[in-house]
Every structure is written in structure tokens, then in C-alpha cells.
Design a protein around this ligand. Structure first.
Ligand SMILES: [Zn+2]
Length: 464
């Protein structure tokens, strides 16, 4: 529940407004979930608040927004390290996820959210909820934890992936009718629910797993409902081959022909676009969720982020999942996003700390269709705010907190997380979730899941 009023005093405030103004020794006053006053602490209207937070030595910034992640993969963190993508999917990830129970889905969601709140993420886009994870349990967990989320129900009607046919693990297969019916049910039940914090989207699985007709049907349904869509696109080079061989076009050509371009679409990864396609993405305001950790770990390639930014493509950031990252820490994701493009471009000026923070806040808000509500600290916006401890040893001295948080930070320097005017963490202590209980349940369920699915992920070295 939203607290009545919160006053944050004496912080170093990154507003992320149009001018990117920073307020030193600044205050934010929040009432009924919204930012009501923002000023130098000395110039604030004198008033009391239900919760007063001293932000001395703290960076006060918009909450981080993760635009591509898998809730169910927190429980299988570290299950497939240093293996090829096909093995990663077929021998580990799909087998484990294909053995999930609804209880596993809920436990994984809680574990994932505990990590996200601890590390400063306030909103996230879960890209594909399989019915076996239990959509209701997941949405209830989000409601209770207090986070803001777009929850996408998985959409599929075939068992391929990119240009490989029939490779999906049995437990991961759903029929078109099941997918559409459950999305409709969940949309009716949860869209706009939990004080407006939950949206229900369509999560198109990927090329090869969705037929051309279903792509068109879903884009029509999503637009009828005015909800959004997301899908993995151009993560693997096989995607390019698939559209070239079957449709005689490129990735954006395929997306255009199936009505998938627009501000209501988030393409995850988007590595293998040609240069000339970037203009199409920019013109149609189609969002890209850049996932640098996942793309490097699976050797998928380097998204053309410097060129995307130059072309005006809306870019945001995503942690992807427990087996591909293997964290849900957006601060570490920011660091990687700022680092990996420099050697590729042979230019240390590309993808600056400032641009990376923009991706993680404003870019994320645009991807979620919430630019008028979140992504910056401005009057009238919803209070999704984090406080980072600049007294953290790894951030000291913090002469330039903007570059410090990107290049020196980890999410565990986040001290306070506020969503919709509710304090979810203060002094690094979770307030809406029981961290110890979640860890205990996660260990228990992970052990059972590994046993049930027969997947061995013990270390390669001898153990005695
Ligand atoms: Zn993914």
C-alpha cells in the first residue's frame, strides 16, 4: 500500500528531466504515491511527513527499469554456464523450466523480486510466462511485493526456434488456444490491477515458435486492447536466415509485414539488425531491450547500440535471466552496457555513463509505455525512486556520482527502494518480502527441481 507521505531530504538528486538537472542537497516530497514537491532542501515548504528519509551521502535517482527478464529463471540461476546456446536451451534451461510447478514459479518470482528490489529495480518486463509457472501466483506475488510489472503471457503455436524445427522440450509446449485464452483471462483479471502497477502483455515466443498468422492475430488483439507486445528478435543469426529463406526479407521487413513495429513493441536483444534497419526501428519508435550480459555470456554478438543511439532508436536495458546473466542486478548491467561497445567501436566515447543511465530509466519507461508516469523525478510523476549509498566503499570518493554509479557500482549499494510511493526497502532491508524465508524456499525448490528433471549442474572439478 502507498504510504501517505514521504519526505526525502538532503540528497544528490538525478532528476532525469529534459535538462537532466541535478539537485545537490535536494529534497523530494511524495504524497499519495506522486511527486508533489522537488527543490533544494533549504527552499522546501516546511512540512511533516509520515516517513522522513535522510538522504545525506545518497544518490537519489529514478528506479531502474528492466525491460527484458525471465522471472522463472531466478530459481535455475547458474544452471548452464559456459555451454553453447543450443545445449543451453535443450539440455538445461528448457528441461528445468519444463519441469516447473506453479509453486516453483511463485518461489522463483519472489526470489527474483527480492534481488531486484535489493539492487534498485522498481519496474520490470517479464517476457514470457508459461502456464505451468502459474500466472495468477506470479501476479499475486507482484501485488504483494509492491513492484511495477508488465507480465507477458507466452504466445506460441509451433515447436521450433529460429530456423530449427521441432526442437522444443515437451514441457515447454503450449497450444495457440491455451495461450490466447489464458492471456485473455489474465488480462481481464490483472491488467491495471494492484493500484495500476500490473499490466498484462502478449509475449510472442520467438521466430519459429509463432506462425505468421498468429503474429498477425496477436498484433491485432494487442492493439484492440491497447496493451503491448514483446518478443525475442535477432538474438541469434539464425533469425536472419529464417526470415530471409522463408519470407525473402530482413528482420524489420518481417516485423513490418506482420504488424509488429511500433512503440507498443519491445524487441529483446536485437543484435542482428543491418545498419539500414535501424532507421525503421527509430521511425516506428519500436523499442529495443539491450541485454549485454546475456549477449556476451552466450556469445550471441554485440547489438549495434552506438549506431542505434545515433539513429534515435529507443533503447532500454534488460538482465535477461538466471542462466544467461546470471544476476538481476541492473547496476551491473549498466556497467557492462557502458563497457562492451567501446572496444567493438574502437572508440572510448561511445555509450557514455549518461546514455546508459538514460537507457535504464527513461528508455525503460518508454518501453513500458509509461513515459508520462515513471523514468524521471519530476512533479506529478509516480514516486518510483531509489537511494544509492555514496558512502559505500566501492563508490568512494563519489566526486561524480553519475559516472560512479555506472562504472564503480553494484546494485548492492542501493539503500532504499520506493515504488508507487511505497517504501519496499530501507537501510538495505526488504519490507514487503521476507528475504530469509525466500532464500530457504528457493534452496528447497531448486533442489527438488534438479532431482525431478535429472539435470546435473554440479561443478566440473572433483568433490570429496
Ligand atoms: Zn530472454
Amino acid at each position: 500500500m502507498t504510504e501517505g507521505s514521504i519526505l526525502i531530504n538532503n540528497g544528490y538528486i538525478l532528476t532525469m528531466d529534459d535538462r537532466r538537472e541535478i539537485i545537490k542537497h535536494g529534497s523530494v516530497y511524495i504524497e499519495d504515491g506522486k511527486i508533489v514537491e522537488l527543490n533544494k532542501t533549504d527552499n522546501m515548504v516546511k512540512r511533516t511527513a509520515d516517513v522522513v528519509i535522510d538522504a545525506h551521502h545518497k544518490l537519489v535517482m529514478p528506479g531502474l527499469i528492466d525491460t527484458h527478464m525471465h522471472l522463472a529463471q531466478a530459481l535455475i540461476r547458474g544452471c548452464a554456464d559456459d555451454v553453447s546456446l543450443v545445449d543451453w536451451l535443450k539440455k538445461y534451461v528448457w528441461v528445468l523450466q519444463g519441469n516447473f510447478t506453479e509453486e516453483d514459479g511463485r518461489v522463483s518470482t519472489e526470489l527474483c523480486m527480492a534481488e531486484m528490489i535489493r539492487t534498485g529495480t522498481t519496474s520490470f518486463l517479464e517476457c514470457m510466462i508459461h502456464s505451468r509457472y502459474g500466472f495468477n501466483g506470479i501476479a499475486e506475488a507482484v501485488e504483494k511485493a509492491g513492484m511495477r510489472a508488465a507480465l507477458s503471457k507466452i504466445i506460441m503455436d509451433s515447436t521450433g526456434y529460429a530456423d530449427s524445427e521441432d526442437i522444443m522440450y515437451d514441457g515447454m509446449i503450449e497450444s495457440k488456444d491455451e495461450c490466447l485464452r489464458e492471456t485473455e483471462d489474465m488480462y481481464q483479471k490483472w491488467h491495471g490491477n494492484a493500484e495500476g502497477r500490473i499490466q498484462v502483455w502478449y509475449g510472442l515466443r520467438s521466430l519459429g515458435a509463432v506462425s505468421p498468422d498468429l503474429f498477425r492475430e496477436v498484433s491485432r488483439l494487442a492493439r484492440e486492447k491497447q496493451t503491448h507486445m514483446t518478443m525475442h528478435l535477432g538474438e541469434v543469426v539464425d533469425d536472419v536466415r529464417y526470415v530471409r529463406e522463408n519470407f525473402g526479407t530482413n528482420l524489420t521487413g518481417f516485423a513490418r509485414d506482420h504488424n509488429l513495429l511500433g512503440p507498443d513493441m519491445v524487441f529483446a536483444h536485437g543484435i542482428h539488425f543491418e545498419d539500414e534497419e535501424l532507421e525503421v526501428l527509430a521511425k516506428t519508435r519500436s523499442n529495443i531491450a539491450h541485454c549485454p550480459a546475456s549477449n556476451t555470456k552466450l556469445a550471441s554478438g554485440f547489438a549495434k547500440v552506438p549506431k542505434m543511439l545515433k539513429a534515435g532508436v529507443p533503447v532500454s536495458l534488460g538482465c535477461d535471466g538466471g542462466p544467461s546473466n546470471n544476476t538481476y542486478d541492473m547496476v551491473r548491467e549498466m556497467r557492462l552496457a557502458a563497457l562492451i561497445h567501446k572496444p567493438v567501436a574502437n572508440d572510448p566515447l561511445v555509450v557514455s555513463a549518461e546514455q546508459v543511465i538514460e537507457m535504464a530509466t527513461l528508455g525503460g519507461a518508454a518501453a513500458l509505455g509509461l513515459s508520462d508516469k515513471i523514468g524521471s523525478i519530476e512533479l506529478g510523476k509516480l514516486a518510483d525512486i531509489i537511494l544509492v549509498d555514496l558512502d559505500d566503499i566501492g563508490l568512494t570518493p563519489a566526486s561524480n556520482p553519475v559516472s560512479n554509479i555506472v562504472y564503480s557500482g553494484s546494485g548492492y549499494a542501493v539503500d532504499t527502494t520506493i515504488v508507487n510511493g511505497q517504501v519496499l526497502m530501507q537501510g538495505k532491508k526488504l519490507l514487503t518480502l521476507d528475504e530469509e524465508e525466500i532464500k530457504r524456499k528457493a534452496r528447497f525448490h531448486s533442489e527438488r527441481l534438479l532431482e525431478r528433471s535429472g539435470v546435473d549442474i554440479s561443478p566440473k572439478w572433483p568433490i570429496r
